[in-house]
Design a protein around this ligand. Sequence first.
Ligand SMILES: Nc1ncnc2c1ncn2[C@@H]1O[C@H](COP(=O)(O)OP(=O)(O)OP(=O)(O)O)[C@@H](O)[C@H]1O
Ligand SMILES: O=C(O)C1=C[C@@H](O)[C@@H](O)[C@H](O)C1
Ligand SMILES: [Mg+2]
Length: 169
Amino acid sequence: MSTRPVCVLVGAPGSGKTTVGTALAGMLGVDFRDTDADIERMAGKPIPEIFVDEGEDHFRTLERASVAAALASHPGVLALGGGAVLAEENRAALIGHTVVHLSVELPDAIKRVGLGAGRPLLALNPRATLKFLLDQRRPLYAEVATATVATDGRAPEELAAEIAALLKP
Ligand SMILES: Nc1ncnc2c1ncn2[C@@H]1O[C@H](COP(=O)(O)OP(=O)(O)OP(=O)(O)O)[C@@H](O)[C@H]1O
Ligand SMILES: O=C(O)C1=C[C@@H](O)[C@@H](O)[C@H](O)C1
Ligand SMILES: [Mg+2]
């Protein structure tokens, strides 16, 4: 059996990688894996605590290792952290994979991430920061993606079904 992910999901915080990825994996009958969860397991603590205790650079180092490991060993659906595409090493590692960009515009992204805890980069001024992240990363998601699916105003199940159809040979 191939050890390559059947599909890698990338996108901004709130684009629905975890939600749509879980639904997609269920439809395809494969496992879902999320590099954010891998990092938390490896570090033994939640991501916001890694940012506070060791800083973002350390988090990005763990993230590069997690992305490389998961791309090499996970045969199911794989979601990458929202900022994984910032690293050239990760973008290069994605070449040759089936990569779906879940795109989201600012209004839906704001509604979805809300003001809740758990996203350390959005702790201060979430609206302005999210706008900055979306503008900064849009070209990077486009660079790595083999397909882009617009998620605004669409339900996770519907998006998962659309991606499942895209994956059919
Ligand atoms: N298509 C959608 N329509 C409405 N709500 C959605 C949709 N996709 C996700 N959500 C909701 O938005 C929130 C964020 O979704 P999710 O955690 O899947 O995003 P994510 O891309 O994994 O974010 P992160 O980069 O922070 O891990 C969740 O509460 C989820 O239920
Ligand atoms: O957008 C980002 O840079 C991040 C998104 C999350 O998935 C986590 O990987 C972390 O909170 C950083
Ligand atoms: Mg997620």
